[in-house]
Design a protein around this ligand. Sequence first.
Ligand SMILES: [Zn+2]
Length: 464
Amino acid sequence: MTSTRRHILQAGLFGGLGNLLSSSHAQTTTVPAKRVRGIVFMVSDGMSHGVLPLTEALSQQTRKRSTRWWELLQSPGSVQGLMDTASANSLVTDSAAASSAWGGGQRVPNGQINVTDKGRKLEPIGVTLRAKKCRLGLVTTATVTHATPAGFAAVTPNRDDEQSIASQYLDRAEIVLGGGSQFFDPAQRKDKSDLFADFAKAGYEILRTRDQLLAARSPRLLGTFTSGHLPYSVDHSNDESLAKMVPTLSEMTDAALKRFLTGDAPFLLQVEGARIDHAAHANDVAGLLGDQLAFDDAIATVLATLAGRDDVLVVITSDHGNSNPGLNGMGSSYGRTNQHFSRIAGIKASHERIFAEWNAKKGGTAELTALVQERLGFKPTDSEAATLLDTMSGKPVPEWNHLLANPPGILGQIAGNHTGIGWTGTVHTADMTLITAVGPQAERFHGLVRNDSVHGKLLEMLLS
Ligand SMILES: [Zn+2]
């Protein structure tokens, strides 16, 4: 693979600046592009632009240091671009269509994995790579069969058919790590097939706990550490049993990348921080920023592992915006903004966990106020608690933004009164997403990049 680069000969050879700027003295030469042995494609799912500065501020507040993505934005060695994210049927994509654009090379309708609007099946990149002896890895905090990993290795008109997606991974993806054991379990599958046994027969080491992952020795791994999605980081770090059983995204990424760096085969490793998207749907700022910090830890692990190498490209991006969180200026001259923001660090549970706890015990406004105060660290007003109780009881509440007229939207707004965080809705948005690329041929991701052009770039680099 070669690329054409314009080299302007030194001014001294031609005796002056005028000559330097003259196109007649510019010489075009062809230089070989740096070889790409492997690509780590990192996706912070549903990460709107506003998430990055909020995560940086939280990291500075709680860890007294910068995030790695923030540092990369200031690094002269990294390339920045913007992803144009639409799908075949909408200006707003879902993760199925977005990952199909990357993994299949064409925009498809939302809800479908590598199946076009005409019903044509696209070959997922995992199949193309497999035929060329290139290894594929899928690491995620969602079920491993969720839309973003599936777009690289599966074909189905229905993204929710995770049982079918699970069986398609066999021999296509050599490392599969995340949640979703239910889709491999014969007792829970409609066809009763034992996918754990099938994968084990094909040489995969089957992992169900963090300790098993850390002790694993095989080159091929199938690790499913929960029945559904992995827990949010804010819940993971506040629950000893979860922390013991479930690895972090960084630990899973480390296990996958080290295996791919062994030997000479080319590889594509997708790493997804999946629940940034889920937290945005839930208008849950602690869930969102906790998982974005965990995603950033995975970036740090990748960059540390690749230090000193020049043959692995790292691409960091998102598939779409979601609910576009932002920090509002609070108080006179916005002087209370920082105080509001600092309360996020005191939140001890995701909204998902708060709703689950409430549904398990229920009660009146006094009990709800106590639960919110204990988990979120601030006391809701009487009217906030009453409105939240009404919406959770299915009663209509005064809310002109219909996207927010539901328990997540109301709890998100109540939390926003105390933290300063506002949300546009509880759904995906059409925003362009940020791309940061570092490593060989990173310049391919400079500027505006259509999501369906990524597939060709990945294949050109890995198969040339
Ligand atoms: Zn989503």
